[in-house]
Write a protein that binds this ligand. Structure first.
Ligand code: 3EB
Length: 347
């Protein structure tokens, strides 16, 4: 072990002034918890400490629902998906700030916003709108560090070359981040949905304490992608080490260096994505994925579901919770992408 760490409960906490070890054996006090749950949404919202509840049935939550509820516009590859619940060991308050829905407690904040492109004047305007609102909201509260963002947009691969909608989204996102003077990029996911036409969904995890960004030595940092991948690079870090322990992992695909690999081979792409995930765990000196590592697997083609499941069974312990969703990856040659969490056991 290099550097200096100190014990808080059962958990070794990295001292950011040193090159230390973060060894998680149990959740630190105040850590964020994330789990997939079969319970109905109202029961999850009623439980103490619930910060957010996500459904995955391809539909937005009904208007006027609890602001902590988000209906992700992605559908499961098979059957009914569980809900995802974020929780904290603290009292939670929640509300609305214009179009922004928020919840906070224990130093954590959930922020969500949805916008319709037609109502905002197009994809770029809608992206600017949601990012301006979201970053503005976060900056005005104690939980001002935006650590992790999810972006779900319609028809992500429509358009050729630099007119591709994902590239246009990247440019508008970059502009909003620049205007807000965002100094540190969050970890992120950007996936195409087939839900409501033209609807953009963005939600974020923010915290009162800063995180520590982590890059992948197997990959060029996304913000350094070469020009051939678009006029404005995607502004995200590969993973974020969370305050009080845990790693939030960005969407991870079969990208080596800056380039997509294993074209037309979903099995090899899924295997490479998991190799990239393992490199992030190694970088954070974390043990292998286990029960406290909920993963989300976005698969472009329904027909690839069985092949991707087989890779997950081969590569991951049976205890690793995994949610398979139909989602379009932001480069059209990429067939599968995985994101998720490596949290402390017992969280
Ligand atoms: C990649 O490695 C795959 O634009 O926010 C992954 C995670 C990807 C986040 C984003 C894009 C984003 O470049 C794509």
């Amino acid at each position: 072990m290099t550097g200096f760490s100190y014990a808080r409960g059962d958990t070794w906490i990295h001292d950011p002034r040193q090159h230390g070890t973060r060894r998680m054996t149990a959740a630190a006090p105040g850590a964020l918890r994330v789990a997939y749950c079969a319970d109905p949404v109202p029961a999850l919202l009623e439980r103490p400490g619930t910060l957010a509840v996500f459904t995955f049935d391809g539909q937005s939550a009904p208007p006027g629902s609890d602001p902590r509820r988000l209906g992700v516009l992605l559908a499961p590859l098979a059957g009914r998906a569980p809900c995802e619940r974020w929780s904290v060991e603290a009292d939670v308050s929640h509300g609305r700030d214009g179009d922004v829905r928020w919840a906070c407690g224990g130093g954590w904040r959930f922020v969500a916003i949805e916008a319709d492109e037609d109502a905002q004047g197009g994809l770029e305007a809608a992206t600017r709108y949601v990012y301006d609102r979201l970053l503005g909201h976060a900056a005005g509260h104690p939980e001002r560090h935006c650590l992790r963002i999810w972006n779900y947009l319609d028809a992500i691969n429509a358009g050729a070359g630099d007119s591709e909608r994902y590239r246009r989204f990247c440019s508008a996102r970059a502009r909003s981040m620049a205007v807000h003077g965002l100094e540190r990029y969050p970890a992120a996911t950007a996936i195409g949905h087939h839900g409501v036409h033209g609807r953009l969904q963005v939600y974020a995890l923010c915290a009162a304490e800063a995180g520590v960004a982590l890059e992948n030595p197997r990959q060029v940092s996304a913000w350094n992608y070469p020009r051939r991948y678009g006029p404005d690079a995607p502004n995200f870090v590969r993973a974020m080490q969370l305050p009080r322990g845990g790693l939030a992992i960005s969407g991870t695909a079969a990208v080596l260096g800056a380039d997509s690999h294993h074209l037309h081979d979903v099995t090899a792409q899924a295997t490479e994505a998991i190799a990239n995930l393992r490199a992030l765990l190694a970088g954070a000196r974390l043990p292998a994925f286990a029960a406290a590592s909920p993963l989300k697997v976005y698969v472009r083609h329904l027909a690839d579901a069985a092949r991707v499941s087989a890779v997950l069974e081969r590569e991951l312990a049976p205890s690793v919770p995994r949610l398979l969703l139909q989602g379009d990856v932001c480069r059209r040659e990429l067939l599968v992408e995985i994101d998720g969490w490596r949290l402390a056991e017992g969280s």
